[in-house]
Design a binder for this molecule. Sequence first.
Ligand code: C2E
Ligand code: CA
Ligand code: CA
Length: 685
Amino acid sequence: MLVFRLRNIREIAHPAVFAIPAILESILRFTTQLWHEKLRNHLPGILVNAAAIAAFAVIVRHSTVQWVAGWTMTGLLWCVLRVLVHRACQRWATRHPDGAAPGAQQVLLAGGLLGSAALWALAACLGLPAFSVSEQFTVLVVLAALAGGATGTLASMPIIGKIYIGILLAPSCAQLLLLPDEKMNVLGLIGLVFAVVMMNSQNNNFRLLRTTLALTSDKEELIRQLSEKNQQILQVNDGLEQTVAARTAQLEFLANHDPLTGLLNRRGFMSYPFAHRHTGRHKTIIFIDLDHFKDINDGMGHAFGDLLLRAVSDRLQEVMAELALTTSAADPAVCRWGGDEFVVCLTRPAGQPGASAAEYQRMHARLSSPFQLGEHKLPVGMSMGIFERAGNAAFDLHQALMFADIATADAKKLGRGRLSFYSERSYELQQRRLRLTLALAHAHQDGSLHLLFQPIVAAHDGAVVAYEALLRWTHPELGAVGPDEFIPLAENANTILSIGRWVLEQACQLAQGWPAGADATAPPKVAVNTSIRQLIQPDFADLVGATLAHSGLAPAQLIIEVTETVLDERNMASALDTLTAVHALGVEIHLDDFGTGYSSLSRLRQLPLDAIKIDRSFVMHMDEKSVAVIEAAVLIADRYGLRVIAEGVETAQQLAILRTKGIDELQGYYFGRPAALPLQSAQAA
Ligand code: C2E
Ligand code: CA
Ligand code: CA
């Protein structure tokens, strides 16, 4: 309502109305300035007056008039009173620098001034008719000087100033005009003209002063506005600086942290000041890799995978903070290294003992206890590698991470879901693996590979029905390296493709020259071990066909040995296609190492198999469990119309048991070790 009224008033009022406050303010400012100007000139004016009184008294001391002494005393007393009034006004003005003087003070000041003028007028009126000519001139000169001075010193009092000049000059001029002396009369007239000129000059001085004061005000206003603007700019700058600083901090955080978990990211971790801030402190780097996270991501979707990563990161921070507390370590730096890998760095004072192996185990157990995510209770295995560096030893973060990673790889090799501590031995092994992997890339070309052949005999008559080609490698510096060591490395680096092709070609070429048996039976077959990596190549069957054609070996003379990894559902489809195509060529397919891995019997049936080869571990131990596996293998083989081969036969005793189980073919040191010249071995057998 009030707002509405105000708006109405604004609409109907003349614009000049709104200028009134500003006008009043400028008037107030002007009167204040005038007041200060008056005070500034007031005291000098009084002093000049007192001096003039004293001088006058001295000059006319010998005159015949009687009143001079009284007049002088009165004049000086009046000056003293005026000084007292002036001091009171001055004090008030100091206390109220921004206010004009109250009327009473203005009146007192003006009264004092006019009183002085009146005293001089009295002196002139009484003195002029009685004084000698020189005394008369003295009076006139003093009056003229006082009036002249007033034009300047009283410029701040436009009306009082003129009255002052009038009181000073008018009575004495009138007196001169009344004197019987013609010259004095002329002087009286000139005096009147002088009085008018002085008043005019006083008026001009007032105008000048007014303009000066107005200019001063404008200047002050300008300075005030400028400094206000300056202040505003400073404030804006300040705000800008704060915004920029906040933004920079935000960007810095984003650049160094993982958006999903809020943990440090790789960049943030690498720039974390471990090395310089914690010199002399003991450091522990823990590398954590979630086991089979890809399966969770693929099986339950990426959103669920993200949820799990967040839950892992929360628990990781909690558990690491507890671990830090037990070892007096500093706040742990926890990082999502990427994907499903995490890294933690703990630092503690050099003399402080770290966590014991049992404490680390407990930490690992806590970390890998099942996660409850919605209605899912999810067991998540964690492979963890720990590297410790003493405080006094040089610390290289990159190297420390590599060592922790090596320890993690050890944990994975030992079956995942566990923790491993870094050791010199693991480092040496890792270096060796690296050297071997690099050398394997050209092993098929540099003559360092060769094949040995081990006989496979028929169980019923001991005749050699086949030879298994077993690969050997001699590293130029490290010497003989066993296939159990280098085949997995070649598989990881995919060099198994070129190596496998070399093995196939060599085996086919050599076997092609093998003669038939003594009683014109077919020549022995050659069994070639084949990695799953080769089998999932879409052109593998073509390669086999081309190699057979090139070597001239009959397809029926070739056996491809595959391991149970072909039964893994991730490989099954492509491996099945390849094996079907290879089998269609007339090549036999044997399932190697039976019983060690993915024995999914239903899938076994889908493969175009000719035989299964019971893993040597069952044959060599021949305990109750092993015998059960052997019997089951024979049963399944019977069902699916497959032959059964037992490998790893070393003793007559093993052979005797196997003979009672219905095994078709046998292989092992008992019949012959892998050798370079298979035909000699075949004849010996
Ligand atoms: P595998 O296919 O199971 O080969 C049989 C392994 O058992 C051979 O070891 C052989 O020397 C060994 N063996 C045979 N009879 C006996 C015995 O009576 N007692 C004992 N203790 N061992 C016996 P090797 O030659 O060291 O080969 C190891 C593994 O390397 C092979 O196991 C096979 O998986 C892989 N491998 C060998 N050559 C090749 C190859 O050319 N390609 C592929 N992909 N893998 C190969
Ligand atoms: Ca084999
Ligand atoms: Ca085997």
